[in-house]
Design a protein around this ligand. Structure first.
Ligand code: PBG
Ligand code: ZN
Length: 349
């Protein structure tokens, strides 16, 4: 009978100084990306009910927030827009020259040029039907006379189709308009096949070969986007996103998706959501030597905030643990609504 274990892992856990010596994963503000929502108006800082602690910001307030983020050492933001004008079936507000994102990017670049500005490239926040692409019904792609009539809210899977290749052309326009405004990186989040390649070609054709692309490579049809859709007013009016976003049950397919994005010229690849998909992060990181981001999405943030507000868990250790776990799984970049808090915590130690 062995009375004294030969090796005692607890020896190196006795004091913080010892634990520190063998700690394998570190958070650093260098890897943080803060998602932000921009909306029309001036001096608007509208709290988002589904994301306590987050705001829809008018351009002036957004610039102030960006200055603050830069001061805290957050190197990058990812911008989402709420358009001013009416939405239409082709999401034309997404590629309007003076659209909300285009205005916001110009303002940030003028005032906080060192901050890396990433923009979400998608149509769902700009289409009347809330889908991420052009919707086709059996009567053909809707245009012309019927354009003003909105699609029935009762359409079910099989009664409509999100047209892949018609969407690609629009995504290219969105990306070019963001690049013209000065975006450093564009991030197509629509999950159309060939989206990264289409955006790359559109950018290169307009002489934006230095504008980088982050592919939302493995983006799942997840329920954890709920609070975001409320914040960005981008929920689909009918059906769901399962004909274009990934099936939550698949992991090898995620590796193929990431390979496709790399082959099409993605500078960064991404897994989204993060917490329920740590295995996917791990697999992609092991299979593909490419910088990998993970999106710690709205539902993951809201869950912790809600529990913390009831005193059911301690907020800071909870999100710290989440972020460490996402890094430990293999993510290089962390896109998280806690980016500012994390940078602040990392600075003060
Ligand atoms: C839109 C988009 C979504 C998110 C980022 N871009 C939602 C969706 O696909 O419906 C989710 C972000 C979050 O939940 O924090 N294409
Ligand atoms: Zn979308």
């Amino acid at each position: 009978m062995i009375r004294h274990p030969a090796f005692r892992p607890r020896r190196m856990r006795r004091r913080e100084g010892l634990r520190r010596l063998i700690r394998e994963t570190h958070l650093t503000s260098d890897r943080l990306v803060m998602p932000l929502f921009v909306r029309p108006g001036a001096k608007v800082r509208a709290p988002i009910a589904s994301l306590p602690g987050q705001f829809q910001l008018s351009v002036d307030e957004l610039v102030r927030e960006c200055e603050d983020l830069a001061k805290h050492g957050v190197p990058a933001i990812l911008l989402f827009g709420l358009p001013a004008g009416p939405k239409d079936e082709r999401g034309s507000g997404a590629y309007a020259k003076d659209g909300i994102i285009q205005q916001a990017v110009r303002a940030i670049k003028a005032r906080v040029p060192e901050l890396v500005v990433m923009t979400d490239v998608c149509l769902c926040g700009y289409t009347s039907h809330g889908h991420c692409g052009v919707v086709k019904t059996p009567g053909g792609t809707r245009r012309g006379k019927r354009k003003s009539k909105s699609l029935p809210k009762t359409l079910q899977e099989g009664e409509y189709w999100v047209d892949n290749d018609a969407t690609l052309e629009l995504l290219g326009r969105v990306a070019v308009s963001h690049a013209q405004a000065g975006a450093d990186l564009v991030a197509p989040s629509d999950m159309m096949d060939g989206n990264v390649g289409a955006v790359r070609q559109a950018l290169d054709a307009e002489d934006f070969s230095d504008t980088a692309i982050m592919g939302y490579s493995a983006k799942y049809a997840s329920s954890f986007y709920g609070p975001f859709r409320a914040a960005a007013n981008s929920a689909p009016a009918f059906g769901d996103r399962r004909t274009y976003q990934m099936d939550i049950a698949n992991a090898t397919e995620a590796v193929r998706e990431a390979q496709l994005d790399v082959a099409q010229g993605a500078d960064l690849i991404m897994v989204k959501p993060a917490l329920a998909y740590l295995d996917v992060i791990c697999r992609i990181k092991q299979a593909i030597p490419h910088p990998l981001a993970a999106f710690n999405v709205s539902g993951e943030y809201a869950m912790v905030r809600a529990a913390a507000s009831r005193g059911w868990l301690a907020e800071r250790p909870a999100w710290w643990e989440m972020l460490v776990a996402i890094r430990r799984a293999g993510a290089d970049l962390l896109i998280t609504y806690w980016a500012k808090e994390a940078a602040r915590a990392l600075r003060s130690g």
